[in-house]
Design a protein around this ligand. Structure first.
Ligand code: ZN
Length: 355
């Protein structure tokens, strides 16, 4: 769904002129005459003629990832995604007048889950792995985060979930500078990402990882999809000081920080849920719930099958939904108990100062 309130905010990502002229097939730049077409559920606002050295794996391997990530249908916000989403809501403090940007939205799940709290939710990503529901409820643009197609000071809130760990340093700087540019003075940005720092309670956390590995050895499950999702993590911001410095270079002032020491979370992800998936995702004696793409590992296929079956349960908001919600709250306990304790995973809330 393209909300027409987006049009006055658009500017040409190629020559930075605005406003763009709205035509039937797209929006046109009055200077360079580029037509940015309306596509299936989104506007293609990629800059023309710009060459970048760095392209995210999500863009270069879009077709392969589309098959493996099972992205078109969204589950409710539960488990790790649920914890991130609850934190996003708590720290962003949405208002009904907010114009918000999910910068690097991926499937746009967080944009979908939060769209009802704001005036307009915009999602942008260079890869178009948008969920079907996102195309219906969020204003989606295909764009490069280094040359955002929006005017200065367009947004009250911007968020970046699981983005910064994918970029080398010059891309992080360009990404944050553009995020700061489109944020209005006094506007706030939330980022969730990871450095390379270890948690002070890492030895305790590792107990769950160890148990998980024993199950892998026993062939009960594997972590193929986790590996795929994390395969292009660069973590150029290695230490917490690097994170703060990067935001300050972009002119963004830290307001609040919560660390995620994943004691309960790792137990849930490496033991509890993987056991559940291996039971629910078994093929023997069960009808397949849907299409599982070929060309994926046995573990990935089992996880996709488990997810498809789970979604059918979750849509009904029955006992399975409430059981997973309880597990989500258990994971969130990590933030309440250990959020003050510096470690690799962090939520940072920053503000663009009023001049
Ligand atoms: Zn132009």
């Amino acid at each position: 769904m393209i909300n027409h309130h987006i049009f006055p905010l658009l500017q040409c990502p190629t020559c930075r002129v605005r406003p763009l002229i709205v035509e039937t097939g797209g929006v046109r730049c009055p200077r360079c005459q580029t037509l940015y077409p309306f596509c299936d559920g989104y506007i293609d606002l990629m800059p023309r003629g710009a060459e970048f050295d760095y392209v995210s794996k999500y863009v270069s391997d879009e077709e392969q990832l589309a098959a493996e990530l099972d992205y078109r249908e969204l589950a409710p916000p539960l488990l790790a995604a649920g914890v991130r989403d609850r934190m996003l809501r708590r720290l962003m403090r949405w208002s009904k007048n907010d114009v918000a940007l999910d910068n690097g939205c991926g499937t746009a799940k967080h944009a979908v889950w939060n769209a009802k709290y704001v005036k307009m939710m915009v999602g942008t990503d260079p890869a178009t792995l948008f969920a079907d529901e996102a195309a219906r409820t969020v204003t989606l643009t295909k764009a490069d985060s280094r040359l955002l197609p929006f005017a200065d000071n367009s947004f009250d809130k911007v968020f970046a979930i699981d983005i910064l760990e994918h970029f080398p340093l010059p891309v992080i700087d360009a990404y944050l500078a553009e995020s700061a540019r489109v944020l209005r003075p006094g506007g706030r940005m939330l980022a969730f990402s990871n450095t390379r720092e270890r948690s002070p309670i890492q030895p305790l956390i590792d107990i769950s990882r160890h148990i998980g590995r024993l199950f892998v050895k026993a062939g009960i499950y594997d972590f193929e999809r986790e590996k795929l999702r994390k395969s292009d993590h660069v973590k150029a911001l290695e230490r917490w000081e690097d994170v703060v410095a990067a935001f300050e270079r972009a002119g963004l002032r830290p307001v609040k920080v919560v660390f995620w020491n994943s004691l309960f979370t790792t137990f849930v992800e490496h033991v509890l849920m993987k056991l559940g998936e291996s039971i629910i995702g078994r093929t023997r004696g069960r009808k397949p719930a849907g299409d599982v793409p070929t060309r994926v590992s046995a573990g990935a296929a089992r996880e996709i099958r488990a997810r498809q079956r789970m979604r059918a349960h979750l849509r009904a908001k029955g006992p399975v939904y409430y059981a997973l919600l309880a597990v989500t709250l258990l994971m969130e306990l990590d933030l309440w108990l250990f959020g003050w304790m510096r470690c690799g995973s962090y939520f940072i809330l920053v503000e663009k100062p009023r001049q």
